[in-house]
Design a protein around this ligand. Structure first.
Ligand code: FAD
Ligand code: DLZ
Ligand code: SF4
Length: 511
């Protein structure tokens, strides 16, 4: 117990960085750092077992390192008998225990928690200082200003703005290579003979083994596999993952950014999102590392620009869209989709090779790359009309990098167009032809991608046209949808009937 009344500084599980606003003016002599494993966060969706084990181990390692720096850390483990199970109850307990005069916290990543934190001051009668979240390169007020100065929200315009703001990949104020985006050079077809580097892996230490056991005991009914845990759990290890990516994967990242190969879950992707999202890595250090690789001629421009675009562009943009549009964004359902989620999203037991591959690797690793999430798992949910709430819950549950601020706009905005086009210009709906072009899945699939209708036809083929047809009133005025409607109008009545029949049969068997 401190001699005088103290300040409690709360660090959340996704704020594990010593440069976080909460710690900026922290005083080891008078402050208590509070960290708490709470069942409410573990179960508000039943996160993948790997995510919980990873995050708790990372939290415990972070707490240990703060103690080594001289801080007084009050850390509550999940199975501590005194643990009250939620942030609000743990804060109340800590205020009593330490006679706190003030609470300091960095604004949380999710709206539901911000709403909750904003009630504390009145409830507990002590000042609660909620600091601006400084884990991002674009603050929410800054994003709001940028958005207010524009007629529409487009990622490419935001990305150019961010490149200039932070002086990234610029030469005399102009984009290096003469173009802002090398997107067209990020779509090479997969080459199944590629041998991709193994991801960096780490042997669990005692702290990690303890949390693995804890998760086995408390989360046995959660999704996912916990065997062979090999993730980084502290900053020094996350930096090793980053270095391995820059050295081994970044050179080919650009070419194969959109490609999918059977039994190749990681391709040349960076596998850093879970570390970045919980604070073990920061966006600027990642961007600078990629930029250095370009200047040292260790990676080509299409890779470096393509990678930086994801972090400086998409990630910051998506987060801005979230805070700009919450809380109503969560309720949007442009197509009125209302189907239940099919059980194979949990089991992977389906004859569709693309879906089976994406779900099974998700269960094993808590990971699927962007195109698998968007053009396989998301596309299928869009075409079949699964309710956005069910799809969002699934995406939030199954990935080790999932937090609502990033999951929700990606799912409701990008994959499902449930927001009616807040930032996407059209739905990312696609038939089997796209998946066939960007993967080798179709070669060994039960279904035939070349067949458009009939019992052997790829379901994505007829479902695509069924989606286009049934949503005509909502989409045909969209200038970017003119082409599919022209094609639809040229189809024979016989073909349209077959599409209808196959789709209805498929959808009726779905759940
Ligand atoms: P890489 O392909 O190596 O990309 C590098 C980094 O760029 C990523 O680590 C990530 O931080 C960032 N990034 C890339 N695309 C996006 C994007 N669209 N939005 C935000 N950041 C991006 N990402 C999450 O971090 N959490 C999620 O819950 C999440 N849900 C998604 C759901 C759907 C339907 C879709 C289409 C995308 C989702 N993404 C999510 C974005 C993207 O799929 C993941 O960031 C990426 O697959 C993580 O793997 P990686 O680290 O190997 O990424
Ligand atoms: C995701 C998560 C989980 C599973 N558990 C905890 C926890 O017990 N304690 C904690 O501080 N944070 C946890 N988190 C991360 C929070 O859910 C995250 O801070 C919010 O979702 C805001 O982004
Ligand atoms: Fe997926 Fe269709 Fe290809 Fe099978 S044929 S892998 S269902 S796109």
């Amino acid at each position: 117990m401190k001699d005088t009344r103290c300040t409690i500084r709360l660090i959340l599980g996704d704020q594990l960085n010593k440069s976080i606003a909460t710690l900026k003016d922290a005083d080891p002599a008078s402050d208590i750092i509070l960290m708490t494993e709470v069942i409410e966060e573990v179960t508000y969706v039943k996160h993948h077992k790997l995510k919980i084990a990873f995050l708790f181990s990372a939290m415990r390692h972070f707490a240990k390192s703060l103690i080594e720096d001289g801080f007084d850390v009050a850390y509550t483990k999940l199975d501590d008998p005194l643990n009250k199970g939620s942030f609000i109850d743990e804060i109340q307990r800590a205020i009593g225990l330490y006679d706190a005069e003030k609470i300091v916290v960095t604004s949380p990543g999710e709206y539901r928690l911000l709403e909750n934190f904003e009630t504390w001051e009145k409830l507990f009668g002590v000042p609660v200082i909620i600091l601006e979240d400084d884990r991002f390169l674009c603050s929410t007020p800054n994003f709001l200003n940028w958005a207010n100065s524009r007629n529409n929200l487009r990622m490419d315009a935001f990305y150019q703005y961010m490149r200039k703001e932070h002086n990234i990949l610029l030469e005399a104020g102009k984009p290096i290579g003469g173009k802002w985006s090398f997107d067209a050079e990020n779509r090479e077809k997969p080459d199944p003979s590629l041998s991709t580097p193994n991801p960096k892996s780490f042997v669990p230490d005692e702290i990690t083994n303890d949390v693995i056991e804890l998760v086995r005991r408390h989360c046995h009914d959660h999704f996912g596999c916990l065997n062979n845990f090999n993730l980084a759990v502290e900053r020094s290890q996350a930096l090793e993952v980053l270095k391995a990516f820059i050295d081994e994967r970044l050179p080919s990242f650009g070419r194969f950014q959109d490609a999918m190969i059977e039994n190749e879950p990681f391709m040349y992707h960076s596998l850093i999102s879970l570390y970045l999202n919980c604070g073990l890595l920061t966006p600027l250090e990642i961007i600078r590392a990629a930029e250095d690789a370009l200047h040292e001629c260790a990676a080509p421009l299409n890779s470096v620009e393509g990678f930086i675009r994801q972090i400086l562009g998409w990630r910051e943009f998506i987060r801005g869209v979230y805070w700009l549009n919450m809380p109503q964004y969560k309720e949007l359902n442009y197509f009125g989709a209302n189907k239940a989620l099919p059980s194979f999203y949990w089991t992977g037991e389906t004859k569709m090779k693309c879906m089976a591959q994406a779900v099974k690797q998700t269960r094993k690793y808590g990971y699927a790359h962007h195109i698998q999430r968007l053009m396989v798992l998301g596309n299928f949910a869009l075409l079949t009309g699964i309710a956005p709430q069910a799809v969002n819950d699934w995406f939030l549950t199954v990935y080790t990098d999932a937090y609502e601020w990033v999951e929700l706009p990606n799912v409701s905005g990008m994959a499902l167009f449930a927001d009616g086009g807040v930032f996407a210009t059209k739905p990312y709906a696609a038939s089997g032809a796209y998946i066939n072009r960007m993967s080798n899945y179709c070669k060994t699939c039960h279904y035939k991608v070349a067949e458009k209708t009939g019992s052997d036809a790829c379901p994505f083929n007829y479902l695509y046209w069924h989606f286009i047809k049934r949503n005509r009133p909502l989409l045909e005025e969209n200038i970017r949808m003119k082409m599919p409607y022209r094609t639809l109008d040229k189809m024979s009545a016989e073909k349209l009937d077959a599409i209808d029949l196959d789709s209805k049969l498929f959808l009726s068997k779905l759940t």
